[in-house]
Design a protein around this ligand. Structure first.
Ligand code: ATP
Ligand code: MG
Length: 650
């Protein structure tokens, strides 16, 4: 160990230390942004391992990102040594559930080699179900996705939904779609993201073997960002913690920002009642930001009505005023931000990674990305269309998914004619129709191609060749993951397909594929004994949680993704009415959620904060439109704001 546990604990203030030293029973740490909640949670784990000889393998720790879990482990290793946390279960709810499901999913009829459907796969499946009921022109896949997600986040299975969640004829249709969607997922041996949590809870509730295993193993249950748990996650933690109730949660009700994904502030508000009697610790000192930034955060959030009373006191004094900057349009906005960043780096005052640009929605990143590219500012867009969502990467992963789990219809549909092998769109439609009417997977339908009259003999042969190719690959599954990927790419001619195109875009795709192979290589080194199926499960989660790399670059992300992070200089851009708060906000509750998001954004800053808004913006039709500054700007305490009008030179 590089530092002793004692030394490490000395870093904590008395309230933090008190929280870190309560090992048994329920504990709620509720505190404002930057008050050291995550730090306290981390140090508590180190304390339990280092001073109480509690084994890491008995801990279940839910974090907002897998990267956050990784950082936690690194910190603990410094005090407790490298082996101390090797078998801790720490990660997002999704990745923790994946592991439980791999082990016990068979109770629910899943093979351990199940696939995970991402949002795109799941929307396509919904569309297919719509087609079965001839309603594809009437509804958008988002509508069913929302209904189904809402059911799953609240642990309503199909039967429950049919009885309790149907109020209108549309609901009736959606419940039917839910039923068929679940049936088809099951047939594909696949789960969507929300299934991961719901199915784990089902396992715990209905199978004594699983419950006993989990409750014996996980003696200590912990969660960061508890303000954003949904009902299913709440229930999962509750089941795991039973019967000792050694449950330790940290959160900030003022930072609850995932209501649209079923997060419910009630869980943190009711914690003390649900886990009575419980130890509650409040942390009131902010160590992250200077006094001005803390005042800005407090000034905005105090306009909300529904929250626990609490003030946050800054540990750091002073700070320059908050910059409220008016610009002509989003291109000028990008130019201003780019200019300031370059200036500070050139003068040697800052490095690229000191800066973060936060916005309300992913599509706002475009003008910044373009200009940064042009100005050679190293930058990374976090979230959005991540690496794993790129066409070529999804294709490769789809090949692997099909080999691993041939029932995976979403993956097989994607690659059966890519590269082109003579299975055209019409033949694919016939296969689909046959699979649907005979209730079999696409793979099965392909094997039965001789029974499909509408597909001619020549195409039939091509289809059979494809099925044989997949079966051929399955013989090599125990090859190491990297060599296997290379073999598949080589045999299918997938890389050659892009190489032959010889366009700059195709060249970029080839480079991305090489990057993918480097990732696989690294994975192989870190996990020498893991099989392809585990690799696939882990990468499918990466798609949703593409994390910021710790390299020296400017980070761009939504305020939602910035939760838990901190940066010396933060720009919140597009601080305009209808952008932020979003035009979707209908009522007071929506506005309060947006205001919590503003609080999250503001409190990411350590030293400098810029809020920029424009007088005009490009609207969705491509024209320029006059826009208003956001109401949140008026809520900043006047005495700490510096208004900047950037001279317009046209
Ligand atoms: P958020 O609400 O944004 O998740 P948090 O409450 O989890 O914030 P941390 O991220 O744990 O806060 O801590 C914020 C910053 O303050 C970190 O840089 C951390 O190292 C620092 N910090 C926390 N506690 C102390 C302390 N007692 N002394 C010095 N620095 C501290
Ligand atoms: Mg935190």
């Amino acid at each position: 160990p590089q530092v002793s546990i004692e030394q490490m604990l000395m870093e904590l203030n008395p309230q933090q230390r008190r929280a870190a030293e309560i090992i048994y029973g329920p504990v709620l740490v509720i505190a404002g942004a930057g008050s050291g909640k995550t730090k306290t949670l981390t140090y508590r784990i180190a304390n339990m391992i280092g001073r109480h000889n509690i084994q890491a393998k008995n801990m279940f720790v839910a974090t907002f990102t897998n990267k956050a879990a990784g950082e936690m482990k690194e910190r603990i290793i410094k005090a407790c040594g490298p082996d101390a946390v090797s078998d801790i279960w720490a990660g997002t709810f999704h990745s923790l559930c994946v592991r439980i499901l791999r082990r016990f999913g068979h109770h629910l009829g899943y093979d351990p080699k199940y696939s995970i459907y991402d949002q795109d796969d799941s929307h396509r499946l919904i569309y297919k179900v719509y087609q079965m009921h001839s309603v594809e022109d009437k509804y958008h896949p988002k509508q069913a996705a929302e209904f189904i997600g809402d059911c799953k986040n609240n642990l309503a299975d199909v039967e429950t939904a049919m009885v309790h969640r149907v109020y209108t004829t549309q609901d009736e249709m959606m419940a039917i779609v839910y039923r068929d969607y679940q049936m088809m997922l099951k047939e594909a041996n696949a789960m969507d993201f929300d299934d991961l949590i719901m199915n784990t809870v089902m396992l715990l509730e209905n199978f004594e073997e699983v419950r006993n295993w989990a409750q014996n193993k996980f003696q200590y249950v912990m969660s960061d960002e508890y303000q954003d748990v949904n009902h299913a996650q709440f229930r999962l933690l509750q089941m795991l913690a039973w019967p000792q109730n050694n449950i330790f949660v940290v959160g900030d009700d003022k930072q609850s920002i995932y209501r649209f994904r079923g997060s419910d502030i009630a869980h943190i508000m009711n914690f003390e009642a649900v886990y009575f009697p419980c130890n509650t610790v409040q942390l009131t000192i902010n160590y992250r930001s200077n006094a001005t930034i803390v005042a800005a955060g407090n000034g905005v959030i105090k306009n909300n009505t529904r929250q626990k009373e609490m003030t946050l006191i800054a540990n750091k004094q002073g700070g320059q005023p908050i910059n409220d900057v008016t610009l002509e349009n989003e291109h000028k906005e990008a130019a201003f931000v780019s200019w300031l960043i370059q200036k500070a780096v050139k003068e040697g005052k800052r490095k690229w990674s000191d800066f973060a640009i936060l916005y309300r929605t992913n599509n706002q990143s475009a003008p910044f990305e373009q200009l940064f590219l042009h100005n050679m500012i190293p930058h990374k867009v976090v979230g959005g269309l991540g690496f794993f969502q790129r066409e070529e990467i999804k294709d490769i992963v789809s090949y692997l998914r099909v080999i691993n789990n041939p029932k995976d219809d979403a993956a097989i549909g994607r690659i059966m004619n890519k590269p082109a092998r003579g299975i055209g769109d019409t033949s694919q439609d016939h296969l689909q129709a046959f699979a649907l009417s005979h209730k079999v997977s696409l793979h099965r339908a392909m094997k039965m191609v001789r029974d499909i009259d509408k597909i001619n003999k020549r195409t039939g042969t091509k289809i059979t060749e494809f099925v044989d190719l997949i079966e051929h690959f399955q013989k090599f599954l125990d090859m190491d993951v990297l060599r296997f990927c290379q073999y598949v790419l080589d045999q299918t001619g997938y890389v050659r397909m892009w190489e032959n195109k010889a366009t700059p875009e195709a060249q970029e795709k080839v480079e991305n594929i090489q990057e993918f192979l480097r990732l696989v290589e690294r994975y192989k080194q870190e996990h020498p004994d893991k099989e392809l199926s585990e690799f696939l499960l882990e990468t499918s989660l990466l798609m949703d949680f593409d994390n910021p790399a710790a390299d020296n670059s400017v980070k761009l992300m939504t305020m939602h993704s910035s939760k838990g992070l901190e940066f010396p200089v933060v720009f919140i851009v597009g601080v305009n009415e209808k952008v932020f708060p979003s035009w979707r906000s209908k009522d007071q509750e929506d506005i309060e959620e947006e205001r919590r998001l503003a609080y999250v954004g503001i409190t990411r800053a350590e030293e400098e904060l810029y809020l920029t808004h424009t007088t005009q913006r490009t609207n969705f039709r491509g024209g320029m439109e006059l826009v208003e500054p956001s109401r949140f700007l008026d809520e900043l305490p006047e005495e700490i704001v510096r208004k900047m009008e950037i001279p317009q030179r046209n």
